[in-house]
Design a protein around this ligand. Structure first.
Ligand code: N01
Length: 546
């Protein structure tokens, strides 16, 4: 009986598939995943909604877009040749430079020939009889693949605000994520920006340089700190290149794969003068040191968090001339670092400009968007342009937008309606042969560092299956439950879990995303890798393989 079942199944799995693997997304993780799976000799197709390479760095071409990770920690580490060839221009590269870099990578490794652009995946259905996935694109195009690898990004499902009349404005309006490729001029224009997250802060700072008049609509202020970007000199690049091995090794050792390591001291155990001097130093240094390289307890201990919050508040007050405006810009409902800290380049000084106005929506909420502008509870504003920097349906949003169905037609969106359940953030029970690169419950941080690891792990598993003629890989329900519990456990005691933000799954513009959920692994990347390696060392026995 068992033998004949096996033979019958073999025949079914011999039904030809169009591709060994389909990857959704040609961003940082999708490109690298393609490179790796091709190395295995697999027939791979990448579906990409955009017309070009880059994912995040293809779409987010809004003014001022740049990353907050040091460029030289952000590039791929897998190819010595690539490291030798590519010179970063800035310590924190802007969107054009990063997009150029990813295009360079795609060309160097001849990746484009397996990428199908303008191809948004609308549905993916697992077929048990063939142990494969049926993929349908938005335009109805259809194909089959043994493995479905999602590389859809963490912040890729942009959301407009759920404000009445949002479509009624008659002038140009843009969501920052869908910024046009053509230059947009703000000169002499009355421009509104809604949203003051990391994107809003970058946009506002850049728009303010040339705008006629800028009005910023702020619902929640942000704790932001200086980026201190600079160009990279030839000598610096030579030094960076000589030290790449150390740089990447150091990133591997840190919690979020950044170059910054937490200081082992408690903020409460050092004297006031020493603490202030340390914070002054961090505030004056480039990058995320103030967040990731700070005393070990600022993100877990309320008193330590209060102290660093007071320090940053003082800095903000020093930089904003009008004390009333300064107070509006200082968060009062959550502490420093419990939301993702935006790094800024002159953001607070923007509010010293006579042509910039801050509207605090907690005092005067927006009632509607009108054909000519924005109406708050206090007055009606007229604008030539509205910019929505209103963020994303983060982490699970890009999955929700695809109708993904597994065994017995179970819908992934339904399965995750109360929060994601995964095994290692890579697999989900009931969804055999679906592998997620940087899915929910993966650790966040310096994205390419974590994505490279994730794609390597996925590649290892596919190689293992291929070498043993296994055609069905699935996480067990028990494995998913245990990992999900562990992810929740690792978040306990971290102050960020008490705060509404995209990191806790909140998006007030999206139905069903109003309740905080644990969306990411908070045990740090070294521990994450340790757990993943244990699964490999054990011959993947924790998975159901057939
Ligand atoms: O999105 P956000 P983002 N009415 O969700 C407001 C990464 N990133 O695109 O806070 C009025 O942070 C909303 O208000 P509130 C980075 O990880 C990286 O800015 O919900 N306002 C908030 O102010 C970042 O954290 C980099 O009360 C509304 C803003 O819109 C992540 O992307 C650069 C509203 C959304 O902020 C997301 O950042 C940029 C409404 N109806 C971004 N709806 C680099 O390193 C929303 N808001 C590179």
């Amino acid at each position: 009986m068992v033998a004949s079942q096996t033979i019958a199944h073999k025949a079914q799995t011999e039904t030809p598939v169009d591709f060994d693997a389909v990857i959704i997304g040609a961003g940082v993780s999708g490109l690298y995943q393609l490179y790796r799976l091709r190395e295995l000799g697999l027939k791979v197709r990448v579906f990409e909604a955009g017309t070009g390479i880059g994912g995040t760095w293809y779409w987010n071409r809004y003014p001022g877009a740049r990353f907050d990770s040091e460029s030289w920690t952000y590039g791929y580490s897998f190819s010595q040749e690539l490291l030798d060839e590519w010179d970063w221009e800035e310590h924190f590269a802007g969107q054009p430079e990063t997009e150029r870099y990813l295009n360079y990578v795609a060309d160097k490794f001849d990746l484009r020939r397996d990428i199908q652009f303008k191809s948004r995946v609308a549905a993916a259905q697992y077929r048990e009889n063939t142990r494969s996935w049926d993929l349908t694109l938005e335009d109805g195009w259809h194909c089959t693949a043994r493995f479905l690898v999602t590389a859809v990004g963490v912040l890729s499902a942009a959301t407009l605000p759920n404000i009445v009349g949002v479509k009624s404005f008659e002038g140009p309006s843009f969501h920052t994520h869908y910024w046009p490729k053509e230059p947009v001029s703000f000169v002499g224009k009355r421009v509104a920006v809604i949203g003051t997250g990391a994107t809003g802060i970058q946009t506002i700072t850049e728009v303010a340089k040339t705008v006629g008049h800028l009005t910023v609509f702020q619902r929640t202020p942000q704790w932001a700190a200086p980026l201190h970007n600079a160009r990279i000199t030839q000598e610096e690049m030579t030094h960076i290149r000589a030290n790449y091995a150390d740089i990447f090794a150091r990133c591997q050792d840190t919690f979020g794969c950044f170059i910054h390591t937490a200081d082992p001291r408690s903020a409460l155990e050092v004297g006031v003068q020493e603490r202030e001097a340390f914070w002054e130093k961090l505030y004056g240094e480039p990058g995320f040191g103030i967040w990731m390289g700070n005393f070990r307890d600022i993100l877990v201990d309320r008193q330590a968090n209060r102290l660093i919050s007071d320090f940053i508040a003082r800095k903000t007050r020093e930089r904003v001339r009008d004390p009333v405006v300064a107070e509006k810009l200082i968060p009062k409902t959550y502490g420093f670092g419990t939301r993702r800290v935006p790094l800024e380049s002159g953001y607070f000084e923007v509010y010293n400009q006579p042509n910039v106005e801050l509207v605090d929506l907690s005092e005067t909420p927006i009632e509607r968007i009108t054909p000519t502008g924005i109406k708050t509870s206090a007055c009606e504003y007229e604008f030539d342009m509205i910019i929505y920097a209103t963020g994303f349906d983060a982490i699970t949003g890009a999955f929700d937008r695809i109708d993904i169905r597994g065994v017995d037609n179970v819908s992934l969106k339904d399965k995750w309606k109360d929060g994601p359940q995964t095994f290692l953030g890579i697999m989900v029970d009931d969804f055999p042969n679906m592998l997620m690169v940087m899915g929910p419950h993966a650790g966040l941080g310096n994205f390419p560092r974590a994505a490279e690891y994730s794609a390597d792990w996925v590649t290892g598993l596919i190689r293992f299956a291929r070498d043993r003629n296994l055609t069905r890989i699935e996480a067990t329900a028990a494995g998913c439950a245990a990992w999900t519990d562990h992810v929740i456990e690792t978040s306990e005691g971290l102050l960020f879990t008490e705060v509404d933000s995209w990191m806790t799954g909140i998006n007030r513009n999206v139905e069903g995303k109003q309740v905080r959920r644990i969306m990411r692994y908070s045990g740090g990347h070294p521990k994450f890798r340790e757990r993943c390696e244990a699964v490999v060392a054990d011959g993947y026995q924790e998975l159901a393989l057939a």
